[in-house]
Design a protein. Structure first.
Length: 182
């Protein structure tokens, strides 16, 4: 019984969602079937995206020494850290939830907080495949204009978040990441 209580606490949201889906299926069958289909599709998408992301993270963790990450994305990295954060985020493929494990590894390796925020912003906004799609669907003028507006905005937001979040909160985040890694 002692082993089940922490398990229930850990997965309480999953249990609540499953119960809500059960209620939907029981009382509003068509809505419940649609919701179950959406949930299954999302689960399948995650199952296809997450394993490659974690393989790449493992390689990043093993192949890139902490000193290298600190040099290129750490506190003294300056403009090269910003450019690298944008390049990594823009080259990424997959949904935004794939960015967070990558951000955690970057934190573990000593990347500066603002560069991590810039990386997440770039992942969500400046992906190369999305840019190419926009060129074909909406025209080069629109796509380039959006990038010209978005990139400085992402950088600005990264630095604003770095100022808003207290040093104590940032230290706690970095400590939490170190604990997860062990």
């Amino acid at each position: 019984m002692q082993g089940i209580v922490p398990l229930l606490k850990r997965y309480n949201m999953v249990i609540i969602a499953a119960a809500a889906l059960g209620v939907l299926l029981l009382f509003w069958r068509s809505t419940g079937i649609k919701a179950a289909g959406i949930a299954l599709f999302s689960f399948k998408e995650m199952a296809l995206v997450i394993p490659p992301v974690f393989i790449l993270l493992g390689l990043l963790d093993v192949w890139v020494p902490r000193e290298t990450m600190v040099k290129y994305m750490g506190e003294g990295s300056g403009l090269k850290g910003v450019i690298l954060a944008i390049a990594l985020g823009s080259a990424a493929a997959g949904p935004l939830y794939g960015a967070f494990p990558v951000a955690a590894v970057l934190m573990k390796k000593g990347a500066k907080f603002s560069n991590i925020m810039i990386f997440i912003g770039a992942w969500s906004t400046t992906k190369i495949p999305m840019f190419l799609f926009e060129i074909s669907a909406l025209g080069a003028k629109f796509a380039v204009t959006r990038m010209i507006v978005d990139i400085p905005g992402i950088i600005l937001i990264g630095y604003i978040l770095n100022k808003i979040v207290s040093d104590k909160e940032k230290e706690q985040l970095y400590e939490d990441i170190k604990e997860l890694a062990t």
